[in-house]
Design a protein around this ligand. Structure first.
Ligand code: URA
Length: 284
């Protein structure tokens, strides 16, 4: 390539941002393939590079803590820590202590939950985005505002009538889809969160949550269908619906989400305690 064609630093950064690369992760490279190799000696500590001159040991210890743990070990630790948590507060503290997921190192905040933990409906999304990461609460950005309008259309208010969390409590850099490994590591925490919140109805928002919690693939085909979710203490009704971020890109699909919201309202009414007022609003 001739020098005249080389992009300027500003063009390069703009191109990275367009491609979804919005975070500078670390100054040192990490061998994630080495970290992902199964080992017959799970507790053997992996060698880490010594800090370079001028590097902060404290900062570098964060990504290395997760990279040094084999994924299977991290999932086992996650399950044990989650099961030991007797309350939602304790579960949040356990997550804050958990070092098995590398996403923690790049996220600004742990995004645990919002809304009413006593609500009959629990909504689980995919993972925090940039706005959620900045604020520390789920679904506060544009897609969260659409979610609020969808819920409002059937008379449900975020702060009182639903409890909201995510499959993953840390933002994947650049809002990329979480890897199956990250989902497997964090799954015990969200499963315990559902068990402790003990809702009557679980709504999985988007493909990753539907797959991770309900085992559903193909969100367009599986959305709006009622199934059961076993919390470990009882079976509750569960449904997957389209992610509001997708609806923002594909506004015509809002009619499908609207069907799902009406179905949710009908399920709540059938089980007693219908939300008021009746839905008349459009989801837009
Ligand atoms: N998308 C999600 O799935 N969850 C959030 O909290 C925000 C956006």
């Amino acid at each position: 390539m001739s020098l005249a064609l080389a992009p300027s630093p500003a063009e390069l950064v703009a191109w990275y941002a367009e491609m979804g690369i919005t975070e500078a992760l670390d100054e040192t490279p990490h061998d994630h393939f080495a970290a992902a190799q199964p080992t017959s000696e799970p507790s053997r500590p992996r060698p880490t590079l010594p800090p370079r001159a001028g590097q902060s040991p404290a900062l570098d210890a964060r990504p290395n803590a997760a990279a040094a743990t084999a994924p299977e070990d991290a999932a086992v630790t996650a399950r044990a820590m989650a099961q030991e948590a007797p309350t939602l507060e304790a579960l949040k503290e356990a997550l804050a202590r958990f070092e098995g997921c590398a996403l923690k190192a790049t996220a600004k905040h742990l995004v645990f939950a919002d809304g009413n933990p006593q609500a009959r409906v629990m909504i689980v999304g995919e993972a925090p985005g940039a706005d959620e990461d900045r604020v520390g609460l789920p679904f506060v950005g544009r897609s969260g505002q659409l979610l609020d309008r969808m819920l409002g259309a059937i008379g449900l208010a975020r702060k009182t009538d639903v409890y909201i969390a995510n499959l993953l409590p840390w933002r994947p850099p650049g809002n990329r889809t979480p890897t199956p490994q990250e989902v497997a590591i964090c799954l015990p925490f969200i499963q315990r969160q559902i068990q402790l919140a003990n809702p009557d109805i679980l709504v999985c928002v988007g493909g990753p949550a539907a797959q991770g919690l309900l085992g559903l693939t193909g969100i367009l085909a599986s959305r709006g269908k009622w199934s059961e979710y076993d919390t470990g203490t009882r079976r509750i009704r569960a449904m997957a619906t389209l992610h509001p971020a997708y609806l923002l890109r594909q506004p015509l699909q809002k009619r499908l989400a609207w069907r799902d919201m009406r179905s949710l309202k009908a399920a709540l009414e059938a089980a007693g305690g219908a939300p008021e007022p009746a839905p008349t609003a459009r989801v837009d």
